[in-house]
Design a protein around this ligand. Sequence first.
Ligand code: NDP
Length: 342
Amino acid sequence: TRVLLTGGSGFIAAHTLDVLLKRGHSVVTTVRTQAKADKIKEAYKGLYEKGQLDFAIVPDIAQEGAFDQAVVSDPPFEAVLHTASPFHFNVTDVQKDLLDPAVIGTTGILKSIKKSAPAVKSVVITSSFAALVNADQGLWPGHVYSEEDWNPITREQADDSPALGYRASKTFAEKAAWKFLEEEKPGFTISTINPPMVFGPIIHNLESLENINTSNQRILWPAQGKWKDEIPVTGVHLWVDVREVAEAHVAAFEKLDAANKRFFVVAGLFSNKEIPQIIKKNFPQYKDLPSDSTPGGDYPEGGKDALYSYSNERSREILGLKYRSFEESIVDSVKSFQAVGL
Ligand code: NDP
């Protein structure tokens, strides 16, 4: 299948690109700069030369019409995977830095496809657990998070903190996508992939530990000794490995049953406290890890029973996902950081 993948330089997109190419799909990926395209090209030199991989430069997805040219290709695209969206908390203006690229990026690509890419049959959008979580309910013991849930966050609450701004950006972007489908009745289906905290190895886009993606900071920082005296509050206690998230994006357009559905891709519960414990067990060279008695980062009092749980049934049944263990995910993450100097 001929596929357009947005944000190819990202943590999740890099793995998605890898799965696409291994399965024999022909891919054009958008990146913001030629330098980023060159970096990916280096990793897949042979496939680039054979024409199985190509690039389109889209510097800012928040601009109206940003994808007008990228969606046009010969042979035409049949599937589009939209992963690009800001995931960081250094924001000065929630509207400009988070909401606009998330929402305009999503509606923009849908409009461009409807207008100029009639061969596209399926669109897969990277949404998030951020679009499911209900912060008003807190730990919500007894609740089973699933594709039925929607974050009730409002535009006003989005301004309260960068973290809430991010959650709002994912919620509003996904809502806008389903609204587009309903109102515009385009010739394609939509599926969304909704992962919680994504961990796992970084492939071919990490130049230094300083620009590590947001979710993996939680594995890097304890290894660097930053949690020695206190472990931060866990916040979201749900995680998934990036390789399952990538597989989900590809299965979502390969499998017809996945059309017009959300997929909550989640491997299990975790606490921040468990991360340095796994690092300690597998990498005795890191000495500045917290000890078992270091405060913070634990499950709530009452343990997992005092916390929401989750259902990943739909992702296993329709997408065929199998979830790897937390230990494997953390160990592979650390190994990938070691390749750039940890
Ligand atoms: P990354 O920061 O590694 O990837 C984000 C990607 O989006 C990058 O390619 C980035 O390009 C691109 N991007 C951001 N803003 C713009 C913009 N204005 N114009 C063009 N491109 C832009 O993070 P992830 O791989 O983790 O995130 C990918 C997706 O997964 C996002 O939609 C995110 O919300 C979602 N997600 C991530 C989770 C996680 O725990 N990691 C959990 C749930 C969902 P550049 O690098 O050049 O800035």
